[in-house]
Design a protein around this ligand. Sequence first.
Ligand code: SF4
Ligand code: SF4
Length: 240
Amino acid sequence: MSNLRIDADKCIGCGKCVKMCLADNLEVIDKKVHEKGTGCIKCGHCVSSCPKGAIELIGEEGEKPRKGWMDGSLISDEDLGKLYESMGGGKTGKEGEHVWMTTLQGEELDKYMDDAIGILKEHASDLPVVGEFEKWRERNDVLEPNPILWDGKQVMFIFSDSAERAFNASNKMIAKGFGMGIRGFHSNALMLAYKEDPEKLEAYFPGAEGKMHMAFVIGHGRRLIEPLFKPIEKVKGLFR
Ligand code: SF4
Ligand code: SF4
C-alpha cells in the first residue's frame, strides 16, 4: 500500500523529491513523479523537498496520519538540545558545510504562522489548508487541532548549506527523538511559504539566507501510537 498521495496536477517533474528519497522509491516519467514501490520508509523527505506541495504522506486509511499523534506538551530545552546534538549541529562538515536548527513555539510561532499563511494566501491561494487555517483562527476553539500543526506546539526549522546534509541530519534527529518518545512530521505548507517568500520569513532566522530545508512539527507522542518514522538505522543500504 502506498504511503503517499501525489497530486499530478501540481507536480512539475523537477525530480527534487527523487534525489532526496532514501529508499529509491520515486521516479519521474513523462514529467510526473511516480512511486516505484521499492519500500517507502515514510521519512517525508519528498514532502519537504517538493517546491510545489505535490506530495502528502497518508496513513492506513488514506487519511493524513498526524492528528492525535502528539499529547500537546512542550519539549523541554534540554531535550531539544539532545536532538540538536544528535544532528551533529554546528559541526563543520567535510566540505565546510554545517547544519543548525531553531525551534519556534508560543507567541513567536503564532506570529510566524500568521506570516506564513499571509504568504500562502498571496502566492498559493488554491491551497485548501489556508482557508482551513483561517476558519480555525476565527473559531478560536483551543480544543480544536490547528489544521497545519495539528497537536504540535513547536516547529523545528532545519538549516544547512547543503540540502542532503540537512536531510541526513534530520534522520539522525528523528531516530534520536524516536527513542525519547518524540514524534513529528514535515510541514508541506510551511516549507511552501518559505519557498515563496524566503526573505520575509528569514526575519525570524538571522543568517538563514536561503538555507532552510525543513519545517518539522514536533511534540511528545501519545502513548500506544505507532511512530510515523522508523529510525533510519534500521534501514540498511539506503544511503547513497
Ligand atoms: S516518504 Fe521518504 S522513502 Fe517514502 S517516497 Fe518520500 S522520500 Fe522516499
Ligand atoms: S519535487 Fe514535487 S514537483 Fe518535483 S518531481 Fe517531485 S513531486 Fe514533482
